[in-house]
Ligand binder design. Structure first.
Ligand code: SF4
Length: 224
């Protein structure tokens, strides 16, 4: 089995609920979306044998104990058979899935081997279409395991689309953690003002029990 990858490395998680935790990152090439703020360099794609990928993960695990193995991208759910192979070969290691929350059938095929789901909610202005229905179906499956949601907030985010996303999450469960992640400006994407972040957090807290604002911390210290 060949695995299309951008990179494998050991570092700290820079985003979301598990900021600061040591992880091994398996960054898959390919994605089914094209977000305006994407920072993945897909030009670094290479193909590796699954045996070599697992050996590299084992080597990194032997160098430093890790919280979990982050399967990230790109979109890892484009490679279900690889996810299953990694989980089944590395028994005991926690599988942490970072996903754009759109490939529902693929999630159904691997949810039994995943421990934690970190799901992005994509707003219409960032992606050019409304993914609400797909996100809702995805959340219903993902909530079988530990789950939290990330939402990248930029200066063009409207109150209407933000609250539509919040209501969609709350409709699945108001106990799902929402992390609002202020965008790192790039490709013409504008940052969001601090007072706006507070306003959006206040609005979301009326529908969800836990809403946190957490930036991309690895960028603060120039970490991978
Ligand atoms: S879903 Fe993630 S990897 Fe895919 S284009 Fe959007 S930001 Fe990039």
């Amino acid at each position: 089995m060949r695995v299309p990858l951008v990179e494998i490395f050991s570092s700290i998680q820079g985003e979301g609920k598990y900021v600061g935790c040591r992880q091994i990152f398996v960054r898959f090439a390919d994605c089914n979306l094209r977000c305006r703020y994407c920072d993945t360099d897909f030009t670094r794609r290479s193909e590796r044998r699954i045996e070599d990928v697992i050996s590299e993960i084992e080597r990194l695990m032997s160098e430093a104990p890790v919280h979990s193995i982050s399967l990230t991208g790109g979109e890892p759910l484009l490679h279900c058979e690889v996810i299953r192979a990694i989980a089944e070969r590395l028994v005991g290691a926690k599988i942490f899935l970072e996903t754009n929350g759109t490939l529902t059938s693929a999630l159904e095929r691997v949810i039994d081997v995943v421990d934690i789901v970190s799901m992005d909610v994509k707003l219409p202005h960032s992606i050019g279409r409304d993914l609400t229905a797909a996100h809702r179906r995805f959340l219903e499956i993902a909530r079988r395991k530990e789950l939290y949601v990330k939402l990248v907030a930029d200066g063009d985010m409207s109150e209407e689309e933000f609250m539509a996303a919040v209501s969609m999450i709350a409709g699945v469960s108001r106990e799902i953690l929402l992390v609002i992640q202020p965008v790192t400006p790039m490709n013409g994407v504008h940052s969001i003002k601090p007072l706006e972040l507070l306003r959006f957090q206040s609005m979301a807290l009326k529908e969800l029990s836990d809403v946190r604002v957490i930036p991309q911390t690895h960028r603060l210290i120039n970490m991978l």
